[in-house]
Design a protein around this ligand. Sequence first.
Ligand SMILES: [Fe+2]
Ligand SMILES: [Fe+2]
Length: 448
Amino acid sequence: MAIPNNIGLDERGPASRLLEEYERKFRGWWGRRGPTEFLERSMRLRLPTGATSAAEWSKYHTMKPADYRWGVFMIPDARNEIAFGDHRGQARWNEAPSEYRSLLLQHICVQADVENAAVEQSSTLTRSTPSALDLENLFQFYLEEARHTWAMSHLLLTHFGEDGLVEAERLLERLSGDAENPRLLEAFNHPTEDWLSHYMWCLLADRVGKYQLHAVTDASFAPLARAARFMMLEEPLHISFGTLGLERVLCRSLEAMRELKSEDVFRAGAIPLAVIQKYFNFWLPKVYDLFGNDESERARELLRAGIRIPRNFREDAPGTVAVDRRSGEQIERCLVSGELATNTLMRRQFIAELQKILDRWNAVIRTVGIDFTFSQPHERFARRHGPCAHLPFDNEGNRLQTDASHQFFPSGEDLANVRGLMERKLGPEECASWIAPPGTRLHAVSGA
Ligand SMILES: [Fe+2]
Ligand SMILES: [Fe+2]
């Protein structure tokens, strides 16, 4: 059966043959590394229609995850000229030019790798799903993240010859968390073993995905831009799984705090705010790492080639950006050209966007009379990549003599308590104790 697509794929052409062959292997990966249960359960899942407008691009169907087919969908270019960089004004490239071939290949491989990794790191969550709707959302997440690998694999298979074939196969071999053959980016090698981690992941890492994808929606390599524009239609829902999921967690925690008049709400089957903060402290540094090095020659090359252009860069290109630079064991603050610091710029845009969400939550928490403020750890804290990697800082960015980051992370007891709450609830109207039912909004708790 033909691969679902909106790009006029010739059913008997070489691209279709390559994709059908790859689909067999891709299904093998899904069978080995994806979810193992509920594949035959009827769910309400959205599928691309082939349309490209924000209103009509998808439609919900009642179907089994086992019947989902990964398709190739793109949004065509509004104009044909390269938007930025050394080739600005020239025609966009439909094939990778030899001078940028390896840069593009590498970039696409990383984008593809993180998508499959996201499925692998969360594949056991079906065991502890808090409600039937959360299960549907989880499958939507699995299927669309896998489709994102599929979308990037399509580029590898059809534009990068033998090298692309080899890299597309590697995407099905690397495994999140594997000691021998891990996923390419470290953050994607940590399992999201409980639903609090999963919601954090959707709130944070899918938001990074939005930044990374947005930066290539105008890429000089047109097929990458077209694929990314369609992926950008899918991404907001994943982010909302995180935002709305965490708001439901907060609702339940705040309710329990008011009932018990205590912060220790584990005994009421809810999660203490301090433990939620520790989860932020654990996941955020890993997510900061996903933006890449503070100063990056590779990022500059991608920018000059017009491949990866951060949001607003064209309009407000900064002359200089203050970044950390490492000298031995010391960190110095330096001003570098905006072109070298696009990763830092994107990370700081992300931090500012996330802060608005935390400010909103903090306002509700204050409204109900609770003295607690969620915050983001400093961008130097607990980093594994970049100038501050493996140097000890506290969560406000102050240099320490010895590493004390574990104090800010969930303890073994916290993890055991959170995971002890995660029981599966799938009956109609059922929902686990630690989270408010689907559809509950945070402002409801304050009576606003
Ligand atoms: Fe994705
Ligand atoms: Fe996503």
